[in-house]
Design a protein around this ligand. Sequence first.
Ligand code: CP
Ligand code: NVA
Length: 308
Amino acid sequence: MRHFLTLTDYTKEEILEILDLAKKIKLETKNRVFKDYMPKQTLGMIFEKSSTRTRVSFETGIYQLGGIGLFLSSNDIQLGRGEPMSDTSRVISRMVDMVMIRTFEQSKLEEFAKYSKVPVINGLTNEFHPVQLMADYMTIQEAGLDKDLIVAYIGDGNNMAHSWLNMAAKLGFELRIATPKGYEVDNEILENALNEAKNSGAKIVISNDPKEAVKGSTVVTTDTWVSMGQEDEKEKRVKDFDGYIVNDTMMNLAHKKAIFLHCLPAYRGYEVSQEVIEGPQSLIFQEAENRLHAQKGVMVWLDKQRDK
Ligand code: CP
Ligand code: NVA
Protein backbone atom coordinates (compact mmCIF):
# COMPACT_ATOMS: atom_id res chain seq x y z
CA MET A 1 0.00 0.00 0.00
CA ARG A 2 1.26 3.49 -0.85
CA HIS A 3 0.38 6.94 0.49
CA PHE A 4 0.69 10.26 -1.37
CA LEU A 5 2.25 12.50 1.28
CA THR A 6 5.03 14.27 -0.65
CA LEU A 7 6.48 14.06 -4.14
CA THR A 8 9.80 13.00 -2.63
CA ASP A 9 8.29 9.53 -2.00
CA TYR A 10 7.77 9.08 -5.75
CA THR A 11 10.08 8.34 -8.67
CA LYS A 12 10.03 10.36 -11.86
CA GLU A 13 8.56 7.34 -13.66
CA GLU A 14 5.74 7.02 -11.11
CA ILE A 15 4.87 10.73 -11.32
CA LEU A 16 4.71 10.57 -15.12
CA GLU A 17 2.71 7.33 -14.99
CA ILE A 18 0.11 8.95 -12.69
CA LEU A 19 -0.07 11.97 -15.01
CA ASP A 20 -0.58 9.73 -18.07
CA LEU A 21 -3.41 8.01 -16.24
CA ALA A 22 -4.86 11.40 -15.28
CA LYS A 23 -4.78 12.59 -18.88
CA LYS A 24 -6.47 9.38 -20.06
CA ILE A 25 -9.23 9.80 -17.45
CA LYS A 26 -9.55 13.51 -18.35
CA LEU A 27 -10.17 12.60 -21.99
CA GLU A 28 -12.78 10.04 -20.97
CA THR A 29 -14.47 12.59 -18.71
CA LYS A 30 -14.46 15.18 -21.51
CA ASN A 31 -16.24 12.59 -23.69
CA ARG A 32 -18.74 12.09 -20.84
CA VAL A 33 -17.45 8.55 -20.27
CA PHE A 34 -17.42 7.78 -16.54
CA LYS A 35 -15.82 4.43 -15.82
CA ASP A 36 -16.19 2.80 -12.42
CA TYR A 37 -12.50 2.69 -11.53
CA MET A 38 -13.33 2.70 -7.81
CA PRO A 39 -16.88 1.35 -7.45
CA LYS A 40 -18.54 1.76 -4.06
CA GLN A 41 -15.36 3.15 -2.53
CA THR A 42 -15.53 5.93 0.05
CA LEU A 43 -12.99 8.74 0.21
CA GLY A 44 -12.81 10.35 3.67
CA MET A 45 -11.87 14.02 3.27
CA ILE A 46 -10.61 15.62 6.49
CA PHE A 47 -10.25 19.40 6.44
CA GLU A 48 -8.59 21.39 9.21
CA LYS A 49 -8.37 24.43 6.87
CA SER A 50 -10.70 26.06 4.32
CA SER A 51 -10.88 24.90 0.73
CA THR A 52 -12.73 25.43 -2.53
CA ARG A 53 -10.73 23.55 -5.18
CA THR A 54 -9.48 20.66 -3.08
CA ARG A 55 -12.86 19.87 -1.62
CA VAL A 56 -14.82 20.14 -4.86
CA SER A 57 -12.25 18.30 -6.98
CA PHE A 58 -11.82 15.35 -4.60
CA GLU A 59 -15.53 15.00 -3.90
CA THR A 60 -16.49 15.24 -7.57
CA GLY A 61 -13.50 13.11 -8.57
CA ILE A 62 -14.31 10.12 -6.37
CA TYR A 63 -17.98 10.29 -7.46
CA GLN A 64 -16.97 10.22 -11.13
CA LEU A 65 -14.85 7.14 -10.37
CA GLY A 66 -17.87 5.29 -8.99
CA GLY A 67 -17.38 6.07 -5.30
CA ILE A 68 -18.44 8.71 -2.82
CA GLY A 69 -16.69 11.47 -0.87
CA LEU A 70 -17.27 12.15 2.80
CA PHE A 71 -16.55 15.76 3.81
CA LEU A 72 -15.22 15.82 7.37
CA SER A 73 -14.51 19.31 8.68
CA SER A 74 -12.46 19.33 11.87
CA ASN A 75 -15.08 21.74 13.23
CA ASP A 76 -17.60 18.94 13.12
CA ILE A 77 -15.64 15.79 13.96
CA GLN A 78 -14.11 14.96 17.34
CA LEU A 79 -10.60 15.72 16.01
CA GLY A 80 -11.43 19.39 16.48
CA ARG A 81 -12.25 18.70 20.14
CA GLY A 82 -8.94 17.03 20.81
CA GLU A 83 -9.39 13.39 19.80
CA PRO A 84 -5.89 12.23 18.87
CA MET A 85 -4.91 11.91 15.21
CA SER A 86 -3.86 8.31 15.86
CA ASP A 87 -7.34 7.37 17.16
CA THR A 88 -9.07 9.31 14.39
CA SER A 89 -6.97 7.43 11.85
CA ARG A 90 -7.61 4.00 13.32
CA VAL A 91 -11.35 4.64 13.39
CA ILE A 92 -11.86 6.34 10.03
CA SER A 93 -9.50 4.07 8.08
CA ARG A 94 -11.52 1.03 9.19
CA MET A 95 -14.61 2.51 7.58
CA VAL A 96 -13.45 4.19 4.38
CA ASP A 97 -11.26 3.05 1.46
CA MET A 98 -9.00 6.09 1.07
CA VAL A 99 -8.39 9.32 3.00
CA MET A 100 -7.43 12.83 1.95
CA ILE A 101 -6.30 15.27 4.65
CA ARG A 102 -5.70 19.00 4.67
CA THR A 103 -3.98 19.99 7.89
CA PHE A 104 -1.28 22.17 9.45
CA GLU A 105 2.05 20.42 10.18
CA GLN A 106 3.16 17.66 7.80
CA SER A 107 3.87 15.61 10.95
CA LYS A 108 0.11 15.46 11.67
CA LEU A 109 -0.50 13.98 8.23
CA GLU A 110 2.34 11.51 8.77
CA GLU A 111 0.85 10.54 12.12
CA PHE A 112 -2.47 9.80 10.45
CA ALA A 113 -0.76 7.78 7.69
CA LYS A 114 1.25 5.80 10.24
CA TYR A 115 -1.94 4.45 11.80
CA SER A 116 -4.04 4.20 8.65
CA LYS A 117 -5.15 0.93 7.07
CA VAL A 118 -5.89 2.71 3.78
CA PRO A 119 -3.94 5.05 1.44
CA VAL A 120 -3.67 8.67 2.63
CA ILE A 121 -3.37 11.68 0.31
CA ASN A 122 -1.94 15.07 1.27
CA GLY A 123 -4.53 17.74 0.43
CA LEU A 124 -2.13 20.51 1.63
CA THR A 125 -0.04 20.97 4.74
CA ASN A 126 2.02 23.93 5.94
CA GLU A 127 5.02 22.33 4.23
CA PHE A 128 3.71 20.79 0.99
CA HIS A 129 0.92 20.78 -1.60
CA PRO A 130 1.80 17.83 -3.87
CA VAL A 131 -1.59 17.28 -5.56
CA GLN A 132 -1.51 20.90 -6.70
CA LEU A 133 1.84 20.28 -8.36
CA MET A 134 0.44 17.26 -10.19
CA ALA A 135 -2.24 19.53 -11.69
CA ASP A 136 0.31 22.26 -12.42
CA TYR A 137 2.69 19.95 -14.23
CA MET A 138 -0.22 18.42 -16.16
CA THR A 139 -1.14 21.95 -17.33
CA ILE A 140 2.47 22.54 -18.39
CA GLN A 141 2.41 19.29 -20.40
CA GLU A 142 -0.86 20.29 -22.05
CA ALA A 143 0.65 23.65 -23.00
CA GLY A 144 3.55 21.75 -24.62
CA LEU A 145 6.09 23.42 -22.35
CA ASP A 146 7.50 20.39 -20.54
CA LYS A 147 10.56 20.31 -22.82
CA ASP A 148 13.28 22.87 -21.95
CA LEU A 149 11.10 23.94 -19.07
CA ILE A 150 12.21 26.89 -16.94
CA VAL A 151 9.87 27.71 -14.05
CA ALA A 152 10.15 31.00 -12.16
CA TYR A 153 8.42 30.91 -8.76
CA ILE A 154 8.10 34.43 -7.34
CA GLY A 155 7.04 35.08 -3.75
CA ASP A 156 6.81 33.24 -0.47
CA GLY A 157 9.04 30.25 0.31
CA ASN A 158 5.94 28.30 1.39
CA ASN A 159 4.24 24.94 0.76
CA MET A 160 3.89 25.71 -2.96
CA ALA A 161 7.56 26.70 -3.29
CA HIS A 162 8.55 23.49 -1.50
CA SER A 163 6.43 21.32 -3.76
CA TRP A 164 7.87 23.06 -6.83
CA LEU A 165 11.32 22.21 -5.45
CA ASN A 166 10.33 18.56 -5.07
CA MET A 167 8.83 18.38 -8.55
CA ALA A 168 11.82 20.04 -10.25
CA ALA A 169 14.25 17.82 -8.36
CA LYS A 170 12.38 14.67 -9.44
CA LEU A 171 11.64 15.55 -13.03
CA GLY A 172 14.90 17.40 -13.73
CA PHE A 173 13.79 20.83 -14.95
CA GLU A 174 15.10 24.30 -14.18
CA LEU A 175 13.44 26.06 -11.24
CA ARG A 176 14.27 29.57 -10.11
CA ILE A 177 12.78 30.65 -6.80
CA ALA A 178 12.91 34.33 -5.83
CA THR A 179 11.70 35.26 -2.35
CA PRO A 180 12.17 38.38 -0.22
CA LYS A 181 14.85 38.12 2.45
CA GLY A 182 13.47 36.30 5.49
CA TYR A 183 10.92 34.34 3.43
CA GLU A 184 13.27 31.78 1.89
CA VAL A 185 12.38 28.12 1.45
CA ASP A 186 13.11 25.65 4.23
CA ASN A 187 16.78 24.69 4.28
CA GLU A 188 16.31 20.96 4.76
CA ILE A 189 13.76 20.71 1.93
CA LEU A 190 16.14 22.69 -0.29
CA GLU A 191 19.15 20.48 0.60
CA ASN A 192 17.14 17.35 -0.23
CA ALA A 193 16.07 18.84 -3.54
CA LEU A 194 19.64 19.84 -4.41
CA ASN A 195 20.79 16.28 -3.67
CA GLU A 196 18.05 14.79 -5.80
CA ALA A 197 18.88 17.30 -8.55
CA LYS A 198 22.30 15.68 -8.91
CA ASN A 199 20.54 12.52 -10.16
CA SER A 200 17.83 14.15 -12.25
CA GLY A 201 19.84 17.00 -13.77
CA ALA A 202 17.52 19.66 -12.34
CA LYS A 203 18.88 23.18 -12.11
CA ILE A 204 17.71 24.94 -8.96
CA VAL A 205 18.48 28.62 -8.46
CA ILE A 206 17.50 30.43 -5.27
CA SER A 207 17.65 34.23 -5.07
CA ASN A 208 16.10 37.44 -3.80
CA ASP A 209 15.88 38.85 -7.34
CA PRO A 210 12.46 38.29 -8.98
CA LYS A 211 13.33 40.05 -12.25
CA GLU A 212 16.45 37.93 -12.76
CA ALA A 213 14.46 34.78 -11.93
CA VAL A 214 11.77 35.55 -14.49
CA LYS A 215 14.14 36.37 -17.39
CA GLY A 216 13.59 33.87 -20.22
CA SER A 217 11.43 31.54 -18.09
CA THR A 218 8.65 29.55 -19.80
CA VAL A 219 6.39 29.32 -16.73
CA VAL A 220 5.88 32.13 -14.24
CA THR A 221 4.09 31.24 -11.04
CA THR A 222 3.36 32.69 -7.63
CA ASP A 223 1.16 32.12 -4.58
CA THR A 224 -0.47 34.18 -1.87
CA TRP A 225 1.86 36.10 0.43
CA VAL A 226 -0.36 35.17 3.38
CA SER A 227 -1.01 31.45 3.67
CA MET A 228 -3.76 29.92 5.80
CA GLY A 229 -2.79 30.35 9.43
CA GLN A 230 -0.68 33.49 8.79
CA GLU A 231 -3.56 35.99 8.72
CA ASP A 232 -2.11 37.97 11.66
CA GLU A 233 1.10 38.65 9.71
CA LYS A 234 -0.69 40.17 6.71
CA GLU A 235 0.31 43.80 7.26
CA LYS A 236 4.02 43.02 7.71
CA ARG A 237 4.08 40.55 4.84
CA VAL A 238 2.49 42.97 2.38
CA LYS A 239 5.28 45.47 3.19
CA ASP A 240 8.04 42.86 3.01
CA PHE A 241 6.86 41.52 -0.37
CA ASP A 242 6.98 44.95 -2.03
CA GLY A 243 8.40 44.49 -5.56
CA TYR A 244 7.34 40.85 -5.82
CA ILE A 245 4.06 41.36 -7.68
CA VAL A 246 3.86 39.45 -10.96
CA ASN A 247 2.70 42.20 -13.32
CA ASP A 248 3.12 42.97 -17.02
CA THR A 249 6.63 44.38 -16.47
CA MET A 250 7.61 41.06 -14.90
CA MET A 251 5.85 38.92 -17.56
CA ASN A 252 7.56 40.90 -20.33
CA LEU A 253 10.91 39.60 -19.06
CA ALA A 254 9.78 35.99 -19.45
CA HIS A 255 9.93 34.00 -22.69
CA LYS A 256 7.31 35.24 -25.15
CA LYS A 257 5.49 31.89 -25.06
CA ALA A 258 5.52 31.81 -21.23
CA ILE A 259 2.38 30.91 -19.31
CA PHE A 260 1.26 32.13 -15.90
CA LEU A 261 0.12 29.68 -13.22
CA HIS A 262 -1.32 30.21 -9.73
CA CYS A 263 -2.75 27.52 -7.45
CA LEU A 264 -5.50 29.97 -6.36
CA PRO A 265 -7.06 31.62 -4.46
CA ALA A 266 -5.32 34.69 -5.89
CA TYR A 267 -5.15 38.14 -4.37
CA ARG A 268 -5.13 40.66 -7.20
CA GLY A 269 -2.94 43.69 -6.62
CA TYR A 270 -0.77 41.76 -4.17
CA GLU A 271 1.13 38.75 -5.60
CA VAL A 272 -0.33 39.19 -9.10
CA SER A 273 -1.82 42.05 -11.10
CA GLN A 274 -5.31 42.00 -12.58
CA GLU A 275 -3.79 42.28 -16.11
CA VAL A 276 -1.64 39.18 -15.70
CA ILE A 277 -4.18 36.95 -14.01
CA GLU A 278 -6.88 37.82 -16.55
CA GLY A 279 -4.42 38.08 -19.46
CA PRO A 280 -3.79 35.71 -22.39
CA GLN A 281 -0.81 33.99 -20.76
CA SER A 282 -2.79 32.96 -17.70
CA LEU A 283 -3.90 29.30 -17.62
CA ILE A 284 -5.21 29.42 -14.05
CA PHE A 285 -8.64 27.96 -14.72
CA GLN A 286 -7.33 25.08 -16.82
CA GLU A 287 -4.88 24.53 -13.95
CA ALA A 288 -7.73 24.54 -11.41
CA GLU A 289 -9.77 22.11 -13.53
CA ASN A 290 -6.78 19.81 -13.74
CA ARG A 291 -6.96 19.34 -9.98
CA LEU A 292 -10.01 17.16 -10.67
CA HIS A 293 -8.30 15.02 -13.30
CA ALA A 294 -4.84 14.83 -11.71
CA GLN A 295 -6.33 13.68 -8.41
CA LYS A 296 -8.45 11.05 -10.11
CA GLY A 297 -5.14 9.79 -11.51
CA VAL A 298 -3.64 9.76 -8.00
CA MET A 299 -6.63 7.95 -6.46
CA VAL A 300 -6.87 5.28 -9.18
CA TRP A 301 -3.11 4.74 -9.10
CA LEU A 302 -3.08 4.35 -5.30
CA ASP A 303 -6.02 1.98 -5.46
CA LYS A 304 -4.18 -0.19 -8.02
CA GLN A 305 -1.08 -0.39 -5.77
CA ARG A 306 -3.20 -2.10 -3.14
CA ASP A 307 -3.85 -5.06 -5.45
CA LYS A 308 -0.17 -5.64 -6.10
N1 CP B 1 -5.33 25.55 -4.65
C1 CP B 1 -6.06 25.04 -3.64
O1 CP B 1 -5.66 24.05 -2.98
O2 CP B 1 -7.25 25.66 -3.44
P1 CP B 1 -8.26 25.46 -2.21
O3 CP B 1 -7.60 26.03 -0.99
O4 CP B 1 -9.46 26.22 -2.61
O5 CP B 1 -8.52 23.99 -2.04
N1 NVA C 1 0.09 28.68 0.32
C1 NVA C 1 -1.35 28.68 0.38
C2 NVA C 1 -1.91 27.78 -0.66
C3 NVA C 1 -3.42 27.74 -0.74
C4 NVA C 1 -3.95 26.77 -1.73
C5 NVA C 1 -1.80 28.27 1.77
O1 NVA C 1 -1.22 27.35 2.35
O2 NVA C 1 -2.74 28.87 2.29
